[in-house]
Each structure stands twice: as C-alpha cells, then as structure tokens.
Design a protein. Structure first.
Ligand SMILES: [Mn+2]
Length: 340
C-alpha cells in the first residue's frame, strides 16, 4: 500500500467519516466522492457523502441514479459533531464554495490550486484536470480492484471536468483515462455524455444566450437566479465556442451573493488569476488556467454604490487587459510593463 493511502486510513480510524463535496456538486465532485467512498469501504471504513445546495442539473441527477450514489444533503444530518471527521473532495476547507459543517475537516483530496490555506492532517492536492483522476489513482497505484460501476462513474467525472479530454489535461488524467477505459461501461458513458440538458431548461438557456454581450473578446452572460446551477457552466462553455470570444464570464445573482463562472480559451489568459484579480476586495475567486469560479458576498454588494453588473464586467475587462498587456510586455521586453 502506498504511504499516502496508509496515512489517510490511519487518520480516519475510529471516527465517523463524512466525505463533503463543494456546494451544488457537479459530476466530477460526485464521482470523486463516490470513488473515495468505495475505496474506504475496501478497508472497512463506512463514509457518508454529503453536500450543501442541490443537485441542480438533470444530467447530474441521472448520474446519481445510474451509479447508485448514496449521499445526503448536509441540512438533513442533524447529529454531526466536532468528533466526526470530514474529507473534502473536489474542494478545500474554508473556501466560499463549501459550507462549514459541525464536523472537523481533517483531509482533503482536490485538484484545484489552494487559495485558502488550512491545516489538514492529510492533504492530497494535485493540480490536474479532474478530481476523479485522483480518486482513480488510489485504486491503481495501490493495485486495488475497481468494479465496473465505480470505474464508469470516475470516467464520467474525468470526461466532464476535462470537457471530454479537451480542458486542463495532465499526465495523471491521461494515465487514469487509459486505465479506467478497460473497466468502464462505454454504453452508459455515451448515454450520460449525450444527455446534458433537460427540456425544462431550454427556455432559460435561450433567453440567457440572447442576452450575451461581447466586449473585445470577452463574453458576459447574466443568468437569472431561478435557472439551475449546471446551466451556468453550460452557458460559459457555449460562449467560448463563439469565434469572437477568448474569455467568458457568466454570473448569477443569488440570495447570498453573486456566483461567477469563468472560462478561458487562451493559455496566457489565466482564468484563476484573472478571476482572483477581478474580484479583489469585493469577493473571492480562483481556479485553474482554463476554468475558474468566484463569489461576491451579499455584504459587499449591499454597501456598494455601483451598478453590480457593470462593476463585474469592468473588473473582468480590466483584469483581462492587464494579462494581455503583460503578455505583450513579455514578448517585447522594451515595452513598458503595466502597473498592477
Ligand atoms: Mn473538479
């Protein structure tokens, strides 16, 4: 057994275990959580998968049914206490996208860059295309057998988070894809991958698309709050497909603040850096080079006197311009460097 897995199991010993995903979990979060749950089961450790928010997207709900993923809305777990241990999966403690629960976060398995430091007893953060790849790696590098159902779920998470191997792929994703390929059910994957949107979402999707604005390669979409969460990412991906667009921002105003989804189509426009720069002082944001997310809490909006949408757009336009200028300056060392 690898040192990594051994230390995780030792830490968890004797505690009630919860595997917590980020709020409104997506296929990668759910598949990775499921993979870790099944992995721990091999060692006789029972863990409950929990999350906050809802499983908003019809396709994600379908995935849960097809793979038989058992999990609980954290609001329904009334007896969780500080002695209970939490493993965060596809998310990191104290980040705005993950709820604070009564249990103690002791472990983290995630593929995002760390934006909020936290002292874990066990930390496995490797930057790659999907958290499912990390979960899969625990099976293969420990020579543990993986059943068809778990392998297919992990493959689905890997394919979804990497946009079918097109986004943020790294060595470990390629390797895990190759290995999972032999164990996963191609028919189920084809079915899941081809059914991404519910008919009921179509009206909202169309009205969102007709409101898209593009300023100098940067696309913005405002999404109404009654739209399911999965649609935000869908709209973001769609905007990036426009030939005029190299950077896409979709945002939705929710009860507790503004949720922002970001995609970049160019290497030098780092979505994570740009999002964190754009939201400086009004919110939090970060992520990968190609994909990032942000949040502006209600408190910072209420006090502000600016027009919210205009402010978000201006901030992203400025942050993208800064990255472009930096690129120009690096290509031409004699040009003046922009001031940050
Ligand atoms: Mn992920």
């Amino acid at each position: 057994m690898t040192q990594r897995l051994q230390s995780l199991i030792e830490i968890l010993d004797g505690h009630r275990i919860f595997i917590q995903t980020h709020n409104f979990p997506d296929p990668d979060a759910l598949s990775a959580a499921f993979g870790v749950q099944q992995l721990l089961e091999i060692f006789g450790i029972k863990a409950v998968i929990c999350y906050k928010g809802s499983i908003a997207k019809a396709s994600t709900q379908k995935m849960v049914e097809l793979f038989g993923i058992k999990m609980m809305n954290a609001d329904l777990i009334e007896d969780m206490c500080a002695e209970d241990y939490i493993i965060t999966v596809d998310a990191q403690a104290d980040n705005p996208n993950i709820a604070k629960l009564p249990g103690t976060v002791v472990a983290c398995i995630d593929h995002h860059p760390t934006s909020v430091p936290y002292e874990y007893k066990y930390k496995d953060v490797r930057i790659c295309g999907s958290c499912a790849s990390l979960a899969a790696d625990y099976y293969f590098s420990n020579k543990l057998s993986i059943d068809r159902n778990t392998a297919t779920a992990l493959m689905y998470g890997l394919k979804m988070d990497t946009d079918n191997l097109n986004r943020g792929m790294t060595d470990i994703d390629v390797e895990m894809f190759r290995r999972l390929f032999y164990y996963s059910d191609a028919d189920i994957l084809t079915q899941l991958m081809s059914q991404q949107m519910a008919f009921a979402d179509l009206g909202a999707f169309i009205s969102t698309l007709s409101g898209i604005k593009v300023f100098d390669g940067i696309a913005f979409a405002s999404i109404s709050s009654d739209v399911s969460d999965g649609l935000i990412a869908e709209v973001c991906d769609f905007m990036l497909e426009l030939v005029e667009v190299e950077f896409a921002v979709a945002y939705t105003v929710r009860e507790n603040g503004v949720k922002i989804s970001v995609r970049s189509g160019l290497d030098y426009l780092d979505a994570g850096t740009i999002t964190s720069n754009a939201l400086e002082e009004i919110g939090t944001g970060g992520g990968h080079g190609v994909m990032a997310g942000g949040f502006v809490p209600k408190s910072s909006i209420e006090e502000a006197e600016f027009d919210l949408e205009e402010e978000i757009q201006n901030r992203f336009i400025n942050a993208v311009y800064f990255s472009r200028m930096l690129k120009t300056a690096l290509n031409d060392p004699l040009a003046d460097l922009p001031e940050s």
